[in-house]
Design a protein around this ligand. Structure first.
Ligand SMILES: *Cc1c(COP(=O)(O)O)cnc(C)c1O
Length: 402
């Protein structure tokens, strides 16, 4: 076979993405190497997925040992890893029960279907309105893009699912104006990730909970990006002091192995009787075994505290860079989901910082056109951080002086 090159992408892949020009072939901790052996410090973490870095030895061990035992049996049999993982997730959260799938979009698809079915059975078919927030992101299935707050992602695919209302995030009055007895669910991210690393105001989150209670609507928290330690808490809702009725998780849940989960309470879960919803791969032993090991490593006070310490590393370093280049209007976020919001001079130029980062040997992300996003491994070492940030400073110099 010939040498694989990046050029193949443009020949054989459906062009849903426009990937970077280099092809990574190996990773360890927060370092990646490409086909030419060039090293990158990874401050992007596979978009908030590789919470324990690349090739964490405990995850590799679980993957190999479970791989030698049992991969897949389908859902007409259960298995030990799925039951252990479910037990750990419900013990650590507000929830009583878990449903497993393979991605964030599928977890949200399950949550939205569950909220509709629950309202249908407990109140009747007229209770069907879903309220979501502008610039929210919930995945790419047709239901989840329609609930997501960017019409550009859902337009052009024919008739959309109905009874979905969008209101501005962090705007209590706007929500009050549209919520009613017809509302079956409000869907929110505790911090908008793709939408620009925008945290929910705690007073707003509390008001959302109160309005849901007043109108018998379920509160769905999409924690696909904010969950599994990302904000320094196991889940983002824990810092807001507001419990959801349904929570979705994916991304870091398998720390790189595909898995999603939906968590909820007994009374709501009860409407998903056998046959109402499902997925072939959901809860398979291989994914669940890896996720269980990831959970054991992440749900540790020392690791979660370390996330908050690392947040201060980033805030200090970014303030230092900004003192020199004045390119950030604000640095926001929580834990290791951090957004550097660009000033008016750099509007729409976030991608230029990512490209300059690649040239300098550091991987960062955008969150929309105006925010440079960092979502590194939660166990990023001080050394990896220092090398990565020095390279990011070079990238900023390149963009701001070049
Ligand atoms: C990434 C993301 C999703 C979609 O997850 P997929 O695994 O890509 O389907 C949904 N919600 C939020 C908040 C996300 O960040």
């Amino acid at each position: 076979m010939q040498q694989v090159t990046r050029a193949w992408f443009d020949e054989v892949m459906v062009p849903t993405y426009a990937p970077a020009e280099f092809v990574p072939v190996r990773g360890l901790g927060s370092r990646l190497w490409d086909q030419q052996g060039r090293e990158y410090i990874d401050l992007a973490g596979g978009i908030a997925v590789n919470a324990l870095g690349h090739c964490h030895p405990a995850l590799v061990h679980t993957l190999v040992s479970q791989g030698q035992k049992l991969w897949h049996v389908s859902n007409w049999m259960t298995n030990e890893p799925v039951l252990r993982l479910a037990r750990k997730l419900v013990d650590a959260t507000f929830a009583d029960r878990a449903f497993f799938c393979n991605s964030g979009a599928e977890a949200n698809e399950a949550a939205l279907k569950l909220a509709r079915r629950y309202a249908h059975e407990t109140h009747g078919p007229q209770k069907d309105q879903i309220i979501a927030f502008s610039h929210g992101f919930h995945g790419r299935t047709f239901f989840t893009v329609s609930v997501g707050g960017q019409a550009a992602y859902s337009d052009g695919f024919g008739p959309k699912p109905g009874q979905i209302t969008h209101v501005p995030y962090n705007d209590i009055e706007a929500l009050k104006a549209v919520i009613s007895g017809r509302t079956c669910a409000v869907v929110m991210e505790p911090m908008q990730g793709e939408g620009g690393v925008l945290p929910a105001d705690p007073a707003f989150a509390r008001a959302v909970r109160e309005l849901c209670d007043a109108h018998d609507a379920l509160l769905i928290m999409d924690e696909v990006q904010t969950g599994m330690g990302r904000t320094g808490h196991l889940f983002g809702y824990m810092a807001l002091g507001v419990e959801p009725d349904i929570l979705t998780s994916a991304k870091a849940l398998g720390s790189g192995f595909p898995i999603g989960a939906m968590l909820t309470r007994n009374a709501i879960a009860a409407v998903f009787k056998p046959g109402v919803h499902g997925t072939t791969f959901g809860g398979n032993p291989l994914a669940c075994a890896v996720a269980e090991t990831a959970f054991d490593l992440i749900n540790q006070p020392a690791l979660l505290k370390g996330v908050l310490e690392r947040e201060t590393w980033f805030r200090e370093a970014l303030a230092g860079i900004n003192a020199q280049y004045h390119c950030f209007e604000q640095v926001r976020g929580a834990g290791l989901l951090i957004g550097a919001v660009l000033t008016a001079d750099y509007q729409g130029k976030a991608k230029a910082f990512v490209d300059a980062g690649i040239q300098a040997g550091v991987l960062v992300l955008v969150a929309g056109g105006n925010v440079v996003r960092f979502a590194p491994a939660l166990n990023l070492t001080r050394k990896e951080f220092e090398v990565g940030m020095a390279r990011f400073a070079e990238a900023v110099a390149q963009v701001c002086q070049g």
